[in-house]
Design a protein around this ligand. Structure first.
Ligand SMILES: Nc1ncnc2c1ncn2[C@@H]1O[C@H](COP(=O)(O)OP(=O)(O)O)[C@@H](O)[C@H]1O
Ligand SMILES: [Mg+2]
Length: 235
């Protein structure tokens, strides 16, 4: 469904991604793990066309999307839930969702809002509240709800568990598994290894802009040395 082939990405002269290859199949939940600075966010920005690859290709449904503008990539159903949520604190929950719907001329706002509130009842209860009064977990739900408006085919989630309490991470875990049942492909950047291993089918470990390891959850769990070396987790 999506392929990333030999992708090199730079910020000015600084070479950050060094020949990344990955494959995301329809309905998969795939993680990319790696320490701070490994290049996870840059990889997601590259897929979204926000920091396009200088070399290599990003393909989607057999089409080369490497040089498409972010809004055209968005229109194909590829959505990013950015690191740090990036919701508007001074606007209400509903205003945040409506604002995101403006970008999607084809979506019916009323039914899209209903869908979002069905999925996250707490957002429905808080629809008229300003986002700055929401908890970290509720903001993350809002960011995810926003990413699922309209016809989402691939959801990129950049460290959604960051800064959340264990109980909320548990909820996030369930939310991701629920999204998976809707045939939406999920690509999850995580430093929380436990979370990634429990929710994803397949994993990539990124180190200094290169893929160091790829495998299923089973293969990953059998390869503790790799995780200790690249992620700094203890056995
Ligand atoms: N806007 C930027 N300009 C220059 N360098 C950047 C920028 N954003 C990130 N970097 C660098 O790119 C590397 C990868 O960063 P990033 O993709 O944010 O990693 P991660 O998300 O895995 O923590 C780091 O060395 C970081 O300092
Ligand atoms: Mg990051």
């Amino acid at each position: 469904m999506m392929s990333v082939e030999d992708v090199h990405t730079y910020y000015g002269p600084s070479h950050v991604l060094h020949g990344i290859d990955l494959l995301l199949e329809k309905g998969d939940v795939i993680s990319v793990m790696g320490r701070n600075g490994a290049g996870k966010t840059t990889l997601m920005r590259t897929i979204m066309g926000l920091t396009p690859a200088r070399q290599g290709t990003v393909g989607f449904d057999g089409r080369d999307i490497t040089r498409l503008k972010p809004h055209d990539i968005f229109r194909l159903g590829i959505r990013l839930v950015p690191q740090g949520r990036n919701v508007f604190p001074k606007l209400t929950v509903e205003e945040n969702l409506r604002l995101a719907l403006v970008a999607q001329k084809s979506a019916d706002p009323r039914s899209e809002l209903e869908k979002a509130y069905d999925r996250f009842p707490i957002l429905g209860q808080r629809r008229q509240q300003k986002v700055k009064g929401l908890s970290g977990g509720e903001r993350q739900m809002l960011a995810i709800a926003r990413g699922l408006l309209g016809k989402t085919r691939i959801l990129l989630m950049d460290e959604p568990s960051e800064g959340l309490a264990p109980l909320i991470i548990r909820e996030l875990h369930d939310t991701i598994l629920e999204i998976k049942t809707e045939d939406i492909t999920i690509f999850l950047a995580e430093q929380n290894v436990k979370m990634a291993l429990s929710v994803c089918d397949r994993h990539y470990i990124l180190e200094k802009g290169e893929i160091r390891f790829t495998g299923t959850t089973e293969e990953m769990s059998a390869n503790k040395d790799i995780m200790i070396q690249t992620l700094g987790v203890s056995a």
